[in-house]
Write a protein that binds this ligand. Structure first.
Ligand code: A3P
Length: 296
């Protein structure tokens, strides 16, 4: 039996107070100086909040249905990840974007303060997806385990503490969701909740369509809903990351399309962990009007 090449686990480095990782996700001058165009749409999320899901929703809406391009091109080239460095034959996110015809769709996990300035200067439409902190913790933990380009998460107990203290890639969940919440009314930002899409996908797809200035026919909406259903995205090689070699993302450890549920945290948190989490959560969320739900 052969040993696959082993990836060395990454360590975090500091970008203006935000912990980042460098091997795939490289924050640098090219990102900071990226030239956005007015018809770029930015999808911004904290990792594991439903980025891949929103990319399909927005791409289908903008192209007014599930086009051949959507069916045949990888999510990661239809919506390049702006802070992704060149790696493993894949050009960097900025290179992909500079070679992409408009209108472009851009993916980012950056917190508000690190978003390239030209997105604000060009008044680009931005869709932010937020997901409850507990389900993100669980999803991110399994993602760290399967994605060998992420830092070693340590044990579940260790990871739990790293996450609560914000010592994880892209920083604190609290800072991220609150930072984006606070500026939503000052820019063209649609703030969407993962749990709302699970609960009422028709309403949320229509809401995104309205924000993008599109009116869709009923048949088109149904076609989109079918395309974005969890089971279909899990089976779809354009969206399920099966293209990524297993020595980079080992989907036998945990699939990229893992569960897609609200409330999976209940299968992982102990009672004591939940109390500890709730206490920190109350403290960190005391001054914001942002409210998320962790069960339906
Ligand atoms: P789980 O690990 O809880 O299953 P991101 O794209 O931001 O990395 O987020 C990934 C999370 O979104 C995973 O959560 C994944 O299963 C979930 N997801 C992706 N597509 C989905 C869909 N169509 N329906 C529901 N959840 C989806």
């Amino acid at each position: 039996s052969e040993c696959p090449p082993q990836m060395e686990r990454q360590v975090l480095y500091d970008v203006e107070g935000v912990p980042m990782i460098s091997v795939f996700f490289e924050y640098n001058e090219r990102i900071r100086n990226f030239k956005a165009k007015p018809d770029d749409v930015l999808i911004a999320t904290y990792p594991k909040a439903g980025t891949t899901w929103m990319i399909e929703i927005v791409d289908c809406i903008r192209k007014e249905g599930v086009t051949a391009e959507i069916k045949n091109q990888l999510s990661m080239t239809r919506s390049p990840f702006i802070e992704m460095g060149a790696a493993n034959m894949m050009p960097s996110g900025v290179d992909l974007l500079e070679n992409m015809p408009s209108p472009r769709l851009v993916k980012t996990h950056l917190p508000v303060n690190l978003v390239p300035k030209s997105f604000w200067d060009n008044d680009c439409k931005i869709i932010y997806v937020a997901r409850n902190a507990k389900d993100v913790l669980v999803s991110y933990y399994f993602f760290h385990k399967m994605n060998l380009g992420m830092p070693d998460p340590g044990s579940w107990e260790e990871y739990f503490e790293s996450y609560l203290s914000g010592n994880v890639a892209w920083g604190s969940w609290f800072d991220h969701v609150i930072g984006w919440w606070d500026i939503r009314e000052r820019h063209q930002i649609l703030y969407v909740f993962f749990e709302d899409i699970v609960q009422d996908p028709v309403r949320e797809v229509e809401r995104v369509a309205r924000f993008l200035g599109k009116t869709l026919e009923g048949t088109t909406i149904n076609e989109i809903l079918d395309h974005i259903a969890f089971s279909n995205m899990k089976d779809n090689p354009m969206t399920n990351y099966s293209i990524v070699p297993s020595h980079l993302m080992n989907q036998e450890i945990s699939p990229f399309m893992r569960k897609g549920k609200v409330g999976d945290w209940k299968n992982h948190f102990t009672v004591a962990q939940n109390e500890r989490f709730e206490e920190e959560y109350r403290r960190r969320m005391a001054k914001t009007s942002l409210r998320l739900t962790d069960e339906l």
